[in-house]
Write a protein that binds this ligand. Structure first.
Ligand code: PEP
Ligand code: MN
Length: 336
């Protein structure tokens, strides 16, 4: 339930509404907005009976929230969320953001070279993995803590905010020191211990959709972050597992306009993992922007075939530049 306060509601009256919500056994979460102030009732298992709240001083109305996710829903917050990372704004009316980099952090020299080229191409954030989730325990697992120092150098030398995946809740504090946006990978979308740890961090989280997650499951994972106190969440569609075997995953662009209807959180698309083949990444990047994605996450390298991981889907720098040009052109489309 959403309790909408009157515009002249005093702080004391708002506090009394929160106290009443607590005394009913629920948790109040204030939701400030451009046009209204509201308090969201969370923690209820069934519909909340608004009788005890509706007539309190300062209350305008009580609205039932029909979705299982509350704080991420547009019912609770009608305005788009805009996530600010250093000088980059993502979401709302901000221009679509290109996030690029190699799949893994490589040697410092190679990583800095890619970062500089990515910035020249038009990337506004750099993304590379220090800790890699690999299907085989024998495969390269990432350079780990050493790579975090390389990411810090990227940030210092090129002024690019950095995004990197956090695999383990015990790494959250160390990663938060070096990284501007913490990525939750597809395999960890429902790692609830990790989500709870990230809810307590004052850094944005890029939450990838699990390979077999429904839209509701994905938004419920985001709800863990908001319910725990972190409202800086960027959703990322990266393809789902289907019967189709002509691409690594099936990039589910259907979900993009739907997420934007149902949630105020920004959504970006990762065509690299969605397709798995470098010759089709640009086409799907175009499609993603055209259907309303507010950013792209693209794996790129000066010598894609020598990438430590995900070489097949890594584009070269000329293609990355092309994607940046497409993004600028398609950004002129009228909003949906
Ligand atoms: C990655 O971003 O390199 C990665 C492992 O992605 P995903 O979690 O989408 O598979
Ligand atoms: Mn990858």
């Amino acid at each position: 339930m959403l309790v909408i306060l009157r515009s002249d509601c005093t702080a004391a009256a708002a506090a009394a509404v929160e106290d009443m919500i607590r005394s009913l056994g629920y948790r109040p979460v204030p939701v400030p907005g451009a046009n209204r102030t509201a308090i969201c009732v969370t923690g209820n298992k069934a519909a909340v009976d608004g009788a005890a709240l509706r007539h309190l001083p300062g209350v305008l109305e009580c609205i039932a929230v029909t979705r299982p996710y509350k704080l991420v829903s547009r019912e609770v917050q009608p305005e788009d969320s805009v996530i600010t990372v250093a000088d980059v704004r993502l979401g709302g009316d901000a221009a679509a953001v290109l996030i690029a980099g190699p799949c893994s952090v490589e040697t410092e020299a190679r990583t800095l070279r890619i970062a500089e080229a990515a910035r020249t191409a038009g990337a506004r954030m750099f993304r590379a993995g220090a800790f890699k989730p690999r299907t085989s325990p024998y495969d390269f697992q990432g350079l780990g803590h050493e790579a975090l120092h390389t990411l810090s150098r990227v940030r210092e030398e090129f002024g690019l905010p950095v995004v990197s995946e956090v695999l383990d809740k015990d790494h959250v504090a160390a990663m938060a020191e070096h990284v501007d946006v913490l990525q939750v990978g597809a395999r960890n979308m429902q790692n609830f211990a990790l989500l709870r740890a990230l809810a307590g961090v004052r850094k944005p989280v890029l939450l990838k959709r699990g390979a077999s997650a429904t839209l509701t499951e994905w938004l419920m994972a985001a709800e863990y972050l908001l319910a725990g106190g972190n409202d800086q969440v960027i959703l990322c569609e990266r393809g789902i597992r289907t019967f189709a075997d002509h691409s690594r995953n099936t990039l589910d662009l259907n979900v993009v306009p739907l997420v934007r209807q149902l949630s105020h959180l920004p959504v970006v698309v990762d065509p690299s993992h969605g397709v798995g083949a470098r010759d089709r990444v640009r086409a799907m990047a175009r499609a993603a922007i055209a259907c309303g994605a507010q950013g792209l996450l693209v794996e790129a390298h000066f010598d894609p075939s020598s990438s430590y991981t995900d070489a097949d889907q890594t584009v070269d720098l000329a293609t990355l530049q092309g994607i940046a040009r497409d993004l600028a052109l398609l950004g002129k489309l009228e909003p949906l």
